[in-house]
Design a protein around this ligand. Structure first.
Ligand SMILES: [Zn+2]
Ligand SMILES: [Zn+2]
Length: 837
């Protein structure tokens, strides 16, 4: 696989017992890398769209269903938002095929482990003959642990990599006595500087470094981002010139804009962060390299050992960045941008340099007593090694000296505030907007989330909202005006973000659970999402003094017993830090709950999405499968509602005729339009079967968002056409059992006898649409999470896509509901709306 392509594999199979009877064909599409999170990846085979599509994590890809087998020769087309990406795969004699798709048009992958390793490789210049194995292994292998005065037994030295990330704060000059000549202007974070001085002083006291020597002095500290960006810009100019490209004048501002855009992201960046952003900025600016000569590009690439495919079009930006990177690190890629990474004077092997990672030099440096002293002692000062470069150490103090959650020092608070500001910058807020956000208490409201989960997760949660900048600054709500919302709730526009953001936490942990290979661990993660949301919510309520409502978790969400189940250390740490231990819970009870989850809809969905469990076991939420038993939640047969439709349609025709006959509401007038879109009591009492109340079981749905806890009245039922009640109940029960209440928690209602509402110019409505009966009139349609899924209007920042989660769309589809977000012209997409087909 060449860099920049995603391998695609598709499998089509006819199921003997399809989970949804009308979808007998299952299509599995596997990608070699993960898709950009959150975008709605789906696929089309020939003219058939996949139904009930759910993204899978392991392997990355998607699973969906078809009503009939594809025809020979049908194309498989991946669809990412509005982009259609032909895979080159055609359905044919073999039921599976492989192809590659060009990801430039929208598929994006987060960094893999190989990428992260790549970040390390480019953190320093010399990458000749890399050394593998850890520091401790090297020491033990050489049996060379004796250090003057350090009094450590051989083999007990452990120095473990603990890589740094974060933006530089509180920079100071390191005292001159500990800096090598020529680096006097280098700076470090104040704590990293103090620790370096204390560490080197101790090394001298232990005799590992002679008092007058230069060893362990600072050679290189903080590297400032603008300088790196300048050097990189010159490099890019040079590379594009060797390519013979003629439009550097147009490319240059895009290079500058790319670095500018990334300057607020906490370094070190993922390996391809700069290149990915560069491609995006090129598209935004409508610029492509011009006049470049293929032969010259190939020659330049050959000279730098960069591979270019022998035939086909050349990925010019990709090749340019790959060549540039051979001698200059892309801005943001070096841990030295954090202000907490140091290069120390170690000396060097004969014929080498101090920063050569050749195995000769690395071996030599590791044999020196000052290096061995560091291995045994640096952790006491918060410094940790970088295995490949003995001279490079990073200051990541241990948790015991880090601020304890809940009792931050002022400098830790400053740090978190800075991190939140950086995250907001990442989302596209200007400095002025961030200042306004902070002044309106927005940052105070986000602090508990950042403190509990860290800035990286905070940014991820913000991204999961899919809010444009205008929404971040003023989140949508159910009230008539911002002023009314804030008066009722006691919020500002900015503090309204935190309650909504909290609801992204269960989804974040659900996704983490999908990275796990272990069902119990996945269960703990899914549970923790809800418990952590609840616990942080209390801290946010206190921080902004607003007692807002949030739904409770699903019935299966549970804390863990003491002793904590044997799971990964990172999960145990999180459990301890968030106090998610229930000492009254026995291990047997916990195991019982885990088994219930595993055998229930949520666990089966996890097996389905991760591709784990015995095949053909793992199937979707709407059927049982692991055990082959009857579906947990059966799909009711499609109800025929044509009689009821006819009756309500007759009532509607009469209502329109009455309005037309009324001189106060002449046809197509503003008055008539408003009269027809006004909700009236539905006249279905008299129709066949009438209207039933669908119970919402334990699901919590409110009609207003956000709402104060004392005022919240979660609905217990919805009014729906009696014939469609089993389908509605199937949806609601599935959501409850799956634990997806975070995805659906608000409704504007179901039944409403009125005309169709479509944005238009007569009293804000389209007068022709208003004359057509809405499906709400039959009580077969529901509007959910409507506050952020409005139909697009002029001037509205909302996109046609809204925020409806693909999982919900798949779930409703399975139960025979159509999603309004798929409406196409002449209808307007209506992402809040689901209706029975
Ligand atoms: Zn370094
Ligand atoms: Zn609707």
């Amino acid at each position: 696989m060449s860099e920049g392509t995603v391998r695609v594999q598709a499998t089509v199979e006819r199921l003997a017992n399809p989970p949804v009877p009308r979808w007998p064909v299952k299509v599995t599409i596997e990608l070699s890398q993960r898709n950009r999170r959150g975008s709605r990846l789906t696929a089309k085979i020939g003219r058939q769209w996949l139904e009930g599509v759910i993204a899978t994590s392991r392997p990355p890809g998607l699973v969906g269903f078809l009503a009939r087998m594809p025809s020979n020769g049908d194309d498989i087309i991946l669809v990412d938002g509005l982009l259609q990406l032909p895979t080159g795969i055609r359905y044919g004699a073999p039921p599976s095929a492989q192809a590659e798709v060009d990801p430039e048009e929208g598929l994006y992958m987060p960094p893999t482990q190989a990428d992260r390793d790549g970040v390390r490789a480019l953190s320093e210049d010399d990458d000749e003959g890399a050394w593998d194995g850890s520091v401790s292994e090297a020491l033990q292998a050489q049996q060379a642990c004796s250090v003057n005065g350090a009094n450590v037994a051989c083999g007990s030295c452990t120095a473990v990599e603990q890589r740094i990330s974060g933006i530089a704060t509180n920079l100071v000059h390191v005292p001159a006595a500990h800096v090598i000549a020529g680096a006097a202007n280098d700076q470090l974070n104040d704590l990293a500087s103090q620790a370096l001085v204390a560490m080197r002083t101790a090394a001298i006291a232990d005799g590992a470094v002679a008092a007058g020597s230069d060893f362990l002095k600072l050679v290189s500290g903080f590297r400032d981002y603008p300088s790196q960006a300048r050097i990189w810009r010159n490099k890019m100019r040079q590379v594009f010139t060797t390519f013979g490209c003629t439009n550097w004048a147009a490319i240059d501002p895009v290079v500058v804009a790319t670095s500018q855009a990334l300057s607020t992201v906490a370094p070190p960046h993922a390996r391809n962060a700069w290149l990915d952003r560069f491609r995006q900025e090129l598209r935004t600016a409508g610029v492509a390299p011009q006049g470049c000569v293929d032969a010259q590009i190939r020659a330049a690439a050959r000279a730098e050992h960069v591979t270019v495919p022998a035939s086909g079009p050349i990925d010019i930006p990709g090749v340019a960045v790959a060549i540039g990177r051979k001698t200059v690190a892309t801005p943001g890629s070096s841990p030295h941008h954090t202000g907490r990474a140091v290069d120390l004077h170690m000396g060097h092997a004969p014929g080498s340099t101090g920063v050569s990672s050749s195995s000769t030099n690395v071996t030599w440096q590791r044999q020196q007593r000052w290096y061995q002293w560091l291995v045994c002692n640096a952790a006491r000062f918060g410094y940790h090694p970088y295995n490949r470069e003995p001279w490079h150490w990073e200051h990541t103090p241990p948790p015991s000296t880090a601020p304890v959650p809940g009792t931050p020092t002022s400098s830790a608070l400053d740090d978190e505030t800075t991190q939140i500001r950086a995250a907001l910058g990442q989302l596209g807020l200007s400095a002025t907007q961030v200042d306004a956000f902070a002044a309106g208490q927005g940052i105070a409201a986000l602090l508990p989330i950042c403190r509990a989960l860290g800035p990286v997760v905070l940014l991820e949660l913000l991204r999961r909202l899919h809010y444009p900048v205008a929404y971040i600054l003023n989140p949508p709500h159910s009230y008539d005006s911002d002023a009314q919302a804030n008066r009722t709730l006691g919020t500002t526009n900015f503090t309204r973000l935190a309650p909504r953001l909290l609801l992204t936490i269960p989804g974040y942990f659900r996704e983490q659970a999908r990275q796990s290979r272990d069902a119990v661990e996945a269960f703990i993660l899914e549970s923790m999402g809800w418990l952590i949301m609840g616990s942080i919510a209390d801290r946010v309520r206190n921080a902004i003094n607003v007692d807002f409502w949030l739904p409770h978790g699903p019935y299966w969400a549970t804390a863990v017993p003491n002793p904590i189940p044997a799971q990964a250390a990172s999960i145990q740490q999180l459990i301890l830090r968030m106090s998610l231990i229930d000492t009254n819970l026995t291990t047997a009870e916990f195991n019982g709950r885990a088994a219930a989850w595993r055998n229930g809809a949520a666990g089966r969905q996890w097996f389905f999405e991760t591709g784990q469990g015995a095949q053909p076991a793992a199937q979707a939420f709407y059927t049982d499968a692991i055990t082959g038993a009857a579906p947990a939640i059966a799909i009711p047969a499609v109800a025929n509602i044509s009689t009821q439709r006819g009756q309500v349609q007759a009532a509607w025709t009469a209502r329109v005729a009455a309005a037309d006959a009324n001189p106060a509401t002449p046809p197509l007038s503003a008055a008539s339009t408003l009269a027809l879109v006004r909700c009236q009591n539905i006249p279905v009492a008299g129709i066949v079967g009438g209207v039933d109340l669908t119970r919402i079981t334990s699901l919590e749905i409110v009609s207003t968002w956000p709402v104060l806890r004392p005022a919240a009245r979660p609905k217990r039922s919805l009014s729906v056409l009696a014939a469609t009640r089993p389908a509605w109940e199937g949806v609601m029960r599935s959501i409850m059992e799956l634990g997806w209440n975070d995805l659906l928690f608000q409704t504007a209602g179901t039944g409403c006898f009125r005309g169709t509402k479509t944005p238009g110019t007569v009293a804000g409505q389209n007068p022709n649409s208003a004359r057509n009966m809405s499906n709400h009139s039959l009580a077969i349609a529901g509007d959910f999470n409507d506050f952020e899924n409005k139909q697009p209007r002029a001037g509205s920042p909302a996109t046609a896509a809204g925020t409806m989660d693909p999982r919900l769309i798949a779930l409703f589809r399975a139960f025979n509901f159509r999603w309004g977000g798929n409406y196409t012209a002449p209808s307007t997409p209506d992402p809040m709306h689901f209706e029975y087909i």
